[in-house]
Ligand binder design. Structure first.
Ligand SMILES: [Zn+2]
Length: 284
């Protein structure tokens, strides 16, 4: 009887020890889950802060970019011709047709792209967006909205870098990475490419061509990225307008948004048709 009681007692002690241990484990697990939740939340907040700092930095850099002037681009084209270099590129559309292509560089921009799309929709015109890979990756729905609205999109490198200042192997990586992001989002590989700042040399042009791109330059650059004032942007754009013109402006500039309705109305009244770069290429 005594032995049986001792066994019962030992059994009860073991059982209560087991219950205590289970309770401790459950408690510890819930603490660690709580800590993990806290960690995840603070990570999300930190990542959001990092992203916002990076985006600020990005837009600051984009604003500081110095574009090649149209005259410099023409001089470069001339020197290529003299050297018998022929790259796959477009300087302008058909000069016998009253067509204009508006191109927006550096987006998509979470604040400005939806406003631009609304504006283009209001006037029922199509444009072309040269997208930065890392911005597209963060805003895929805006890229899809651009394509769904019938606009053309093109590659503007992944990090928006001056391709003449990086090694040739990085040039290919920059263009390829942006191309892959755009293909993943839209299901189609892009075939239009614009080098940031219009900066390219023989090796950049050959890499772009080898990757299946046509390099798209411009005829009309009002320097909107310098925020010169909407009147200056308007005057510069309109003074350079010609058949087959390609206007270079930016996604992310308020002054450009402000002045676009006046420019579109003016050019429509003069009988210009707004086309995408893709339409320009077909018609040329
Ligand atoms: Zn750019």
């Amino acid at each position: 009887m005594k032995i049986i009681s001792q066994i019962k007692l030992r059994y009860l002690l073991n059982l209560s020890a087991l219950i205590c241990m289970t309770a401790v484990i459950i408690l510890l697990e819930s603490f660690s889950t709580l800590a993990a939740t806290d960690k995840t939340q603070s990570d999300i907040l930190n990542n959001a802060a990092d992203l916002s700092t990076k985006l600020d930095q990005y837009w600051q850099n984009a604003k500081n970019e110095v574009y090649k002037s149209v005259l410099e681009l023409i001089a470069q084209d001339q020197s290529e011709l003299e050297k018998n270099l022929k790259f796959s590129k477009l300087m302008h559309g058909d000069t016998t047709k009253k067509q204009i292509a508006i191109t927006f560089d550096d987006g998509p921009h979470p604040e400005f792209t939806p406003k631009l799309l609304d504006l283009l929709d209001k006037y029922n015109i199509k444009a072309t967006f040269f997208l930065v890979g890392e911005m597209a990756e963060k805003n895929p729905e805006l890229v899809r909205a651009e394509v769904a609205a019938g606009h053309s999109i093109g590659n503007h490198t992944f990090h928006h870098v001056n391709l003449k200042k990086i090694p040739e192997s990085d040039v290919a990586t920059e263009i390829k990475a942006c191309g892959e992001v755009l293909e993943n989002i839209t299901g189609k590989p892009p075939h239009l490419f614009r080098p940031p700042g219009g900066d390219y040399d023989k090796s950049v042009a050959l890499v772009s061509e080898a990757l299946g791109y046509k390099m798209i330059l411009w005829t009309d650059d009002p320097g909107d990225y310098l925020n010169p004032g909407d009147k200056v942007i308007e005057r510069k754009i309109l003074s350079r307008i010609d058949n087959g013109g390609i206007i270079l402006v930016h996604d992310g500039i308020q002054q450009t948004l402000d002045v676009l309705p006046r420019i579109i109305e003016h050019l429509k009244n003069e009988g210009y048709e707004f086309v995408t770069i893709d339409q320009m290429l077909i018609n040329k």
